[in-house]
Write a protein that binds this ligand. Structure first.
Ligand code: GDP
Length: 388
């Protein structure tokens, strides 16, 4: 399967995409692919010296604070070779592995990579809060030899900016440039790799988005989708990235929803597998950060009441999904105008279409409409949060 580059696709395009011309077979295949999309695993190893900020990065990447339940413990002095796996709170197929730093006595890079089972990981992130050390460089070379990808992340940038801001002629861009150059200077040996400057306390700033864009390039299509879906919505740019990523698969859900649709008997009414549509929209709701937990996290981060953020959520689709999930929508007693079932029905899903192509188009339009409404709501939430 290849990605859809255009937002719209017709029925024959969808069938061709799956390489199947028989509609019934194509629907079964679409369902199978949707399941694969949900179950593909992404394993990201995070390594670096003790205290570099690995655990804080792992937590931020999963949209958690350091003091949340299930977060990786931070500020702990390391004494063991333990590798710890942390799954994403809502996308358990995305896993981050907190690896101990290589700078431990009696270990060489080869032995280290063997002990941490390097073959498990799709990619490695090497973290430092200062210049990268000899060990980091050595490790990167060994990872490269084993034909895996690695990325250098220079973290705690907020600290650097905070300290530099005390200087009279402070200029943030100049400070960032100097840090980047300094890191790159001592990474010449590894072929001048890009260094991403980040703050785990504010992923919306500095190079986090750039890091994600780069990680994506080295992942397969399904893994890329899983990664992007799992990331916290820390900025408008991230929201746009998620939108793009979901749009590429609407056709698959629209096709998969047609299991009862394509009965090859003339004049038999078309029936949709509404569960596929509902599941897809619920998944979008989570991915876009409209779920209760994500809104609470965002409210804590920007220090605004969650009710204020929720008051920006007004679209019938977002309210209907929240209602299904049993989430109180906002402080006013506003009830969703319509249930998700009613909303989908209002998109003419129950009208008894007799034509598979028209049915596909109807489901496609309903899903894109729902997605767009939820995206607009999330933009408004970011605006209220002061992040847009
Ligand atoms: P680890 O030993 O590599 O897992 O390091 P931790 O994640 O435990 O971080 C060590 C300390 O640095 C903790 O007190 C963290 O709160 C702090 N820290 C980690 N990342 C950042 C960051 O991006 N900014 C700031 N200001 N502090 C950070």
């Amino acid at each position: 399967m290849t990605e859809d580059s255009s937002a719209d696709m017709d029925f024959s395009g969808a069938l061709q995409r799956l390489g199947k011309l028989d509609p019934i077979e194509a629907v079964a295949k679409a369902k199978e692919q949707l399941e694969t999309l949900d179950s593909v695993t992404v394993n990201i190893a995070v390594t670096g010296e003790t205290g570099a900020g690995k655990s804080a990065f792992v937590n931020a990447f999963r949209g958690l604070d350091d003091d949340d339940e299930n977060s990786a413990p931070t500020g702990i002095t390391e004494t063991t070779m333990e590798v710890t796996m942390y799954t994403h709170p809502t996308k358990s197929n995305v896993r981050l592995w907190d690896l101990p730093g290589i700078g431990m006595p009696n270990l060489n890079a080869n032995k280290y990579l063997k002990e941490v089972k390097f073959e498990t990981y799709d990619l490695f992130i090497i973290i430092s809060s200062e210049r990268f050390k000899e060990n980091d460089i050595f490790l990167a070379k060994e990872i490269k030899k084993k034909q895996k990808c690695f990325y250098f992340v220079r973290t705690k940038i907020d600290n650097d900016i905070h300290s530099a801001a005390k200087n009279k002629n402070f200029n943030e861009q100049q400070v960032l440039c100097a840090i980047r150059e300094d890191c790159q200077r001592n990474l010449k040996d590894v072929g001048n790799p890009k260094v991403f400057l980040i703050s785990s306390f504010d992923l919306g700033k500095y190079d986090f988005q750039n890091l994600v864009d780069t990680l994506e390039l080295d992942l397969s299509e399904h893994k890329r989708f899983a990664l992007v879906q799992s990331l916290p919505v820390c900025s408008l740019a991230m929201l746009e990235k998620k939108k793009e990523s979901i749009e590429k698969f609407i056709w698959l859900a629209a096709l998969a929803s047609g299991f009862a649709t394509y009965i090859p008997v003339p004049f038999v009414s078309v029936a949709f597998d509404k569960a596929v549509l509902v599941t897809f929209l619920i998944s979008c709701h989570y991915t876009l950060g409209l779920n209760e937990n994500s809104l609470i996290k965002l409210s804590e981060r920007v220090n605004k009441p969650v009710s204020q953020l929720k008051s920006a959520i007004k679209s019938p689709f977002a309210l209907a999904v929240a209602n299904i999930l049993g989430v109180p929508t906002c402080t006013s007693k506003a009830k969703p105008l319509k249930s998700l079932d009613e909303l989908l029905d209002s998109k003419r899903l129950v009208e008894g279409l007799h034509d598979a192509a028209a049915a596909f188009k109807t489901a496609y339009t309903a899903l894109s409409g729902g997605l767009n409404e939820m995206i607009d709501d999330m933009k408004e939430v970011l605006h209220v949060a002061g992040l847009q």
